[in-house]
Design a protein around this ligand. Structure first.
Ligand code: UD1
Length: 424
């Protein structure tokens, strides 16, 4: 018999206290891939203990790097590379594995990376990564489910993205730093994780102008050197705990957060009636648990993040009135709707727009976690639902939230993990 973890919550507890935010998953993954760009020792601090980070460790180890991950620190010894391949078994469990494509190709002239495939909520193409690398001179073929890229030395080019993509911007940055000549990335992603990546590359000796903007200019260099850094706080984890604070009517001090990275979320929470005060690296949220209905539409940074859409829907499910939630980044990202409905939420979905009518209360039920952020929204709903909520398949949450039950328990939630047999 195969067993899987589920999370059980007894709703209705008030949460109070301090929570420390972990390092950002989406920042550390590309930074780890940078170790493919130069030989030597890398030391990363504030690395979250997450399944995705462990997958990246396995991936780099399988390529031939020596990676150790202990106590929120990653040490990488980048030397001999065994082969230039990211196999399907690893890539299928984590799309961010595609981040090895750009640096591996740029440094070694060859890379073979499994096509990542779709997500629970729909297709997630990688055409911008491939087209961009082709513009830098790579010859790319797709065979047997693998992207096979070759280039003697990449050559700088002007690349205009038809939409800003975090992954494609990161991959092309890591490819362009060792290319010959200048690369211009137009309509590039401006997410804080891209800024953190660009700053790390500069520490390695890369020449990049326009960091933090949508126009990045990279002057290729012949070689880079290893670097070390502390990973920025996870803005989505911080945003989730802020939303938790409002939904439960709590009093929570969130530590290790960069307020500018979550400003759209705090702005919306204030509109929704929460009391928020900020310091340089902490945010205090106090709420009476009554949320006003507030519409959101997801957008690229600094807009409202798609990675907070599901949590906002949980919050709005008991708001005093109706709100409209529009998903503009991943039009099908709504697998949480049916699960929130099982808990009593009143949500009508029309393409990428959800109309949420606030109900008086939610009621505990067995629900299924379908992806990382959907799981967070179900935990939020479970925290206020009457009675017991059992959330199955929580391996999704372990991809992106470090010790979520321990952190919530510490704030006063009644939440624990149980094993349940996997029924297929
Ligand atoms: C990253 C984040 C993810 C977040 C997303 C949007 C990581 C590891 N993951 O994902 O948590 O939800 O940004 O903020 O950092 N697109 C294309 N072609 C491409 C690439 C993307 O059409 O080649 C489209 C996507 O379908 C989507 C949009 O561009 O509509 C943005 O996606 P992108 O920013 O690339 O997301 P990821 O980097 O995969």
């Amino acid at each position: 018999m195969i067993y899987m973890d589920k999370i059980v919550i007894l709703g209705g507890k008030n949460l109070k206290g301090v929570v420390e935010i972990s390092g950002s998953k989406n920042a550390v993954l590309p930074i780890m891939a940078c170790a493919l760009l130069a030989e030597g020792q890398y030391h990363l601090k504030s690395v979250p203990h997450l399944r995705d980070v462990r997958t990246m460790v396995k991936l780099l180890n399988s390529i031939g790097l020596t990676v150790q991950f202990n106590e929120n620190e990653v040490h990488i010894e980048s030397g001999h590379v065994a082969h230039y391949e990211a196999p399907y078994d690893l890539v299928k469990t984590m799309r961010a594995s595609i981040y090895v494509l750009g640096p591996m190709l740029s440094r070694f002239g060859e890379a073979k990376v499994s096509l990542p495939g779709g997500c629970a909520w729909g297709p997630r193409p990688v055409n911008l990564h491939i087209q961009g690398l082709e513009q830098l001179g790579a010859k790319i073929t797709i065979e047997n489910g693998y992207i096979h890229a070759k280039a003697k030395r990449l050559k700088g080019a002007r690349i205009l993205f038809n939409m800003p993509s975090v992954g494609a911007t990161g991959n092309l940055l890591m490819a362009a730093v060792l290319a010959k000549g200048t690369t211009v990335l137009e309509n590039a992603a401006q997410e804080p994780e891209i800024t953190a990546l660009a700053e790390f590359l500069v520490q390695m000796g890369a020449r990049i102008d326009g960091i933090g903007t949508s126009h990045l200019e990279i002057e290729g260099v012949d070689s880079l050197r290893p670097a070390s850094t502390a990973i920025i706080p996870d803005r989505i984890e911080a945003g989730t705990f802020l939303a938790v604070g409002h939904i439960v009517g709590g009093d929570i001090l969130i530590k290790n957060v960069i307020p500018d990275h979550v400003s759209k979320i705090t702005e919306k929470l204030i509109e929704a009636g929460a009391e928020i005060t900020e310091d340089s690296d902490q945010i205090h949220i106090k709420s009476n648990g009554v949320s006003k209905p507030v519409d959101i539409a997801t957008a690229v940074f600094p807009g409202f993040p798609t990675d907070m859409q599901a949590q906002w829907m949980a919050l709005m499910s008991t708001a005093k009135g109706s709100s409209v939630i529009t998903e503009n980044i991943y039009l099908d990202r709504f697998t949480h709707v049916a699960e929130l409905q099982r808990l009593g939420a009143d949500i009508r979905l029309d393409h990428n727009v959800a109309l949420v009518k606030g109900v008086k209360n939610l009621n505990g039920a067995p629900v299924m976690s379908t992806d990382l952020r959907a799981s967070a929204s179900l935990i939020m709903a479970g925290l206020i639902a009457k009675g017991r909520t059992d959330i199955s398949r929580v391996y999704h949450i372990d991809r992106g939230y470090e010790q979520i039950e321990a952190k919530l328990k510490n704030l006063g939630a009644e939440i624990w993990r149980e094993k349940e047999p996997l029924v297929t």
